[in-house]
Design a protein around this ligand. Structure first.
Ligand code: NI
Ligand code: MN
Length: 228
């Protein structure tokens, strides 16, 4: 039985192995003190998924893409931006799906903002639904709780929801729990927490809040993995 392997690289950064492909999500590693044990030069990448253009999601995109030749999957504006740097990409927009060699990707709505660090326009922020032979996973990106999440289970039965829980810039613990209910997935991987003072959380309390409603919240140590 094949599986999807997901490694937490800190903040909102993930490394996913599925269908013999390596997918990096929102790499922000070299400026994250908590992720200093991650060697970005050791990361393999066939694709880099970018949810939006904020620095804490794109910092290491260029270096990883140039070293590995990975293709960027993101919104039209972000793919265009990296195209001007000579990096290959696949542009998408909200509601659109595309069948890649590892599975189907849909770019979903997120309620947030998406400017590049220099203030230029980074399109509208999003999240990703991955539908693969191994597992169906929702990567929410930076977002508020939104009613649009209720549309996701109409498209796919999720095996895992990856949700921001750090509050202040995104959903916090309580709204992430409601999001898990909206997307009808009792297995949640939390991300986008602890990196900065604004988003530090109490891990034990967060897990209890989920457990009390019958949901399982995983908070991985940086560098550790889960299988789906
Ligand atoms: Ni953001
Ligand atoms: Mn962020």
């Amino acid at each position: 039985m094949s599986i999807m392997n997901i490694t937490y690289l800190g903040h909102a950064s993930l490394s996913i192995q599925v269908a013999n492909k390596n997918i990096i999500v929102d790499p922000f590693i070299t400026a994250n003190d908590l992720a200093k044990n991650i060697d970005i030069n050791s990361l393999k990448a066939d694709y880099i998924l970018v949810t939006h253009a904020h620095q804490d999601h794109i910092l290491d995109v260029e270096s990883i893409a140039k070293r590995t030749g990975a293709k960027i999957i993101s919104n039209f504006e972000i793919v265009n931006h990296y195209g001007t740097l000579g990096i290959d990409g696949h542009p998408m927009n909200h509601g659109g799906s595309w069948q890649f060699d590892f599975g189907k990707v849909t770019y979903l709505n997120a309620i947030h903002s998406s400017s590049f660090p220099d203030g230029s326009y980074g399109g509208q922020p999003g999240g990703f639904l991955l539908e693969t032979a191994e597992a169906n996973v929702y990567i929410a990106g930076d977002t508020a709780l939104t009613m649009d999440m209720k549309l996701i289970p109409l498209q796919a039965k999720l095996d895992l929801a990856i949700l921001p829980i750090g509050d202040n810039f995104t959903m916090g613990i309580e709204s992430a729990l409601i999001a898990a209910e909206f997307v009808e997935c009792d297995r949640v991987l939390g991300y986008h927490y602890d990196t900065f003072g604004y988003i530090e959380i109490d891990h034990q309390k967060a897990k209890e809040v989920f457990k009390n409603k019958g949901f399982d919240l995983t908070l991985l140590d940086i560098g550790n993995s889960i299988q789906v």
